[in-house]
Every structure is written in C-alpha cells, then in structure tokens.
Design a protein around this ligand. Sequence first.
Ligand code: F0G
Length: 344
Amino acid sequence: MSKCHIPLIERYRDRLPFAPGDPIVTLQEGSSPLLRAPVLSQMTGAEVRLKLEGANPTGSFKDRGMTCAVSAAVRDGAKAVICASTGNTAASSAAYAARAGITCAVIVPDGKIAAGKMAQTLMHGARVIALDGNFDHALALVRELTETHPIALVNSVNEFRIEGQKTAAFEILEDLEGDLDALFIPVGNAGNITAYWRGFTEMGASPRMFGLQAEGAAPLVLGHPVEHPETVASAIRIGNPARWEDAMDATTASRGSIRAVSDDEILAAYRLLASREGMFCEPASAASVAGLLKYGADGAERVVCVLTGRGLKDPETALENNDGVTIHCAAERAALEEAVLGDA
Ligand code: F0G
C-alpha cells in the first residue's frame, strides 16, 4: 500500500495518542497534495506551494481532526457527537459519525453556512440545529450542554482534533525538499494554526506562522472579541476564537503575526487561484493567499499557503464572483459560431 492510501492515524500512529487495537474510524483522510503555485511564485518572488486540504474525504482539513476525535469518542463508548460549526466541522463530524454508526447533532448559525456544507451534513443524516445566533453563541451553548450530557464535543477545544490536524505539518515537512520558511493560514476558531504549530514544533521546525483573519471578523488582530463578526468567508465568521492564547503563542514564538484581509482581497485571491492557478478553494481558504499577496513573503524563500477547503463547498459565492462568462445560445450552427468566436 502506498503511503497515500494509509489512513491518517495509521500513517502517524507513533505520534498520535492511539494504541494498537484501538477502534479507528477513518475515511482515508490526510496525505493531501502539496501543489506548486507558479503564478503566485512569480508574483511574490518566493517559492510558493499550496497545501490542498480540500482533497480530504469531506472536502476540508477538518477530517484530520475528526478521524481522531470520533475514534476517541467511540473508544470511550460515546453514542453521539455534537459540535458548533460554520459548516465544515458539521459536515465532517456528520460523515465520521455516520461511518461509526453513532448519532450527530450540529449547531450552526441559521442561514449563514454555505450550501454545499449544509447538503453534506444533511446527507450524512445529522440533526441540524439552525441557531438564531452566530458561531460564538453556538459554541458557548454547546460547551455548556456537554457539561451535563454524555455527548462527545468534537470542536477543536477537543485535544484529539488538534492532534489529528498537526499531521498536516508533518506532511509538509516530508514533502518539501529543504526548510519551510513561512506558513500562511486562515484563522477562525484558531484550532488549525494551533495544530500546525504543534506539528512543526514536534518535528523541530519553526517556520514563521502568518494567520489571516477577515477584516470584519478579526478579534486576534484587534485584541478584543468582535460581537457581530461579518465576512463573505462564512467559514471564518468568528468573533471570539476558543484557541485565542494558543494562536498568539504560535505567532509570537515563530516571529509571525495574525493579520487582516478585506473581503475584496479575499475574493480577488479566490478568483486568482481559480482562474490562474487552476485551484478552486472556498473563500475562507483564499484568505491565506490574500494575506501573502497583501503583505508579501517578508523575505521568506519557501512558503506554503494552506487551502483549507474545496471551492464546491460554497457554490453561491462562486456563482456571484467569477471571471467566467455564460453565453445563452440558440441550438443552431451560426449562433454557436458567434457564441464561441465572437466578442464575449
Ligand atoms: N478554513 C475553513 C474552510 C474553515 O472551515 C475554518 C473553520 C477555518 C479555515 C479556520 O480554522 O477555526 O481552526 O481557525 N471552520 C470551523 C467550522 C469553525 O465550524 O467548520 P480554525
């Protein structure tokens, strides 16, 4: 079996909190591609690569954490998992719960999660609670609820999530020839930047960590929670990240920073990635590249931008923001010729 077909927990068992014989719930996550980005490299003067986390089974990096969190929950006898989510954690927890044969409830901000994520979560048979509130309200409530009910909380406050997600850092170091100088990564609840930093640290690496938040949802940049976070990047529409201290520790220790990018900058990077690099990610993922383009590589030679989720997750935003054209055409040769060859 090539290493690409090995489930994440098996591939990194020596560095994860699982013993041989523990039940493993897997959809063959991890081992995602590290793609060269020639256009971004030319634009920035650095050697830029994209970590394609959308290649995971449910289309986002959450699967790395979820295989660990759900496996541990099953090991501990849990019959149900629960999470608050802006969409991807919901889809991932629903899929792994389905695979494990346990139930799943997700609390999402009503009307604020992308259509693809909602479709996935419902298809996997989860109970979706559409909350009249944002992600921060949902997480606070679900944390309270799990204090008094025996339901496993699978948000990134769960240590197994961080343990699983740190493996992306291992893969980057294995795939690169030479050192990594800087990592650009979108930040919402701040679990993923915490996980990468743990992974790098465990391997003795210390790339500069640049976390990117959307301007309208940038508590870590402002230094205080944001009561009404707003951004087109719905995945990172979060005003009070649970892993606040961990994220600040990672950026301070690595001489990096958390910075903000506007929705326009996010959408420009989103279109550029799709139309020039051939890589369609979701808007939140494009925040990493927006940050690289806005602030530059800052002297870093070898750079990785993490593309956290697939473009198909959010078809509405794609249909409203693209460089393509649709030409309606009669089913007739001359009309087709004009449509194909004429001025668009
Ligand atoms: N990118 C995507 C596509 C996400 O879905 C998220 C978080 C992030 C980046 C930020 O990661 O929270 O670890 O800092 N999504 C969570 C969810 C909050 O519920 O799906 P983070």
